[in-house]
Design a protein around this ligand. Structure first.
Ligand code: MRU
Length: 357
């Protein structure tokens, strides 16, 4: 059978090999290569180098990663086991700073460790494996619910713009921003998606255009600096983007360039929605000002995608990987529980209380 990415989940266990199994996203769309990772350096690298990327997928990969790594801890002493778990957790947390799902998933795993009152590392490891499997399963359900909630905003014939890849490749399945698109397509609705290429790492071109096209969804790739033009031309009715961290006031941090899309959308009165599971809400921060923005290496801009270097040697380069979209530019935040509308702080805190988050 032809190897197609839709035959695999983005992030999974390989129980036989006690490994984390991922699609190497740095090779897409030209090569489909599955990786089986079973040591801490290669799992850290996979997250850091974006072999697995997208906030929810990073969280699931970290959960599976720490579960399989903990299975290798060689001790019968429960205190030693717990302290080694904490060391691995601290290490994995340094792989990327911005997507809160990484910390959320590892903290959830730690709750299992801290809550274990027994003295058997093997038994505790079973619980960790089960928790990671649960985090993975939940991601699938949550994305499907985001899709159902977002679908209510769509009508036949609509043009939808998206930025970066908040697709099935950024989660276990379905994606967040793409979930309503997949469900609309499944329901036979005609939609037309504009995918921003998303400089500098081209997640829109390499991943979003690839997966939507493979699913048979009418998709048009544009450069980032063209999104205002397609909005002005009346081709965009709604915008769905993903998110790496939402603050309590509704500020939303996503791939660099998202805030420019939101600003242009405001000018053209186009509804701009953030699609985010509640695992992406950071209830500990009041506003986007508190979010650490990852900075990446200059080569991603100057030479990475070119046959020859495209900028002078020694040029100063600034390469922030994410930006914050101010809450007042956001029409709504689509979560698995429903859509939160302004005032966001009120809605977010109500959601937290009602669902025990
Ligand atoms: O640097 P990346 O590729 O991990 O950035 C991904 C994004 O910005 C996504 O939009 C975000 O993580 C949401 S994924 C459902």
């Amino acid at each position: 059978m032809e190897k197609k990415f839709e035959h695999f989940d983005t992030v999974d266990f390989n129980f036989d090999k006690n490994a984390l199994r991922i699609i190497d996203q740095t090779l897409l769309p030209t090569k489909i290569n599955m990786l089986e990772l079973d040591d801490e350096k290669s799992i850290w690298d996979a997250i850091h180098l974006l072999k697995v990327r997208g906030a929810p997928a990073i969280g699931v990969a970290a959960a599976i990663g720490i579960a399989i790594l903990s299975k290798k801890i060689k001790t019968e002493d429960i205190d030693e086991y717990k302290s080694e778990f904490n060391r691995i957790k601290n290490y994995l947390e340094t792989s990327r700073p911005t997507a809160v799902n990484l910390f959320w998933a590892l903290d959830r795993m730690k709750v299992v460790v801290d809550g274990y009152g027994g003295d058997n590392p093997l038994e505790l490891n079973e619980l960790l494996m089960a928790e990671a499997a649960e985090i993975r399963e939940e991601d699938i359900k949550v994305c499907k619910s985001i899709g159902e909630n977002g679908l209510k905003l769509l009508k036949d014939g609509m043009g939808i713009l998206t930025h970066c890849n908040a697709g099935s490749l950024a989660t276990v399945k379905y994606g967040t921003a793409t979930a309503p698109m997949y469900l609309a397509h499944e329901a036979g609705m005609k939609i037309k998606v504009f995918a921003d290429e998303t400089r500098p790492l081209l997640q829109g071109a390499r991943l979003t255009a690839y997966e939507l096209n493979a699913a048979g969804i009418d998709t048009t790739l544009i450069c980032d600096n063209m999104s205002q033009t397609v909005m002005r031309q009346g081709k965009v009715d709604i915008i769905f983007v993903g998110c790496d961290r939402v603050a309590v006031n509704g500020d939303a941090c996503n791939k660099i360039g998202t805030s420019m899309v939101a600003l242009a959308a405001k000018r053209h009165n186009i509804p701009f929605y953030i699609c985010a599971p509640t695992s992406t809400i950071d209830f500990s921060i009041e506003s986007g000002e508190e979010i650490v923005i990852e900075e990446r290496k200059p080569e991603e801009i100057t030479e990475m995608w070119y046959e020859q270097r495209m900028a002078p040697e020694g040029i100063n380069v600034y390469n922030p990987a994410f930006d914050v979209t101010d809450a007042d530019l956001i029409t709504g935040i689509i979560t698995e529980y429903g859509i939160i509308y302004p005032p966001f702080k009120e809605g977010i805190l109500k959601l937290k209380e009602e669902n025990n988050l």
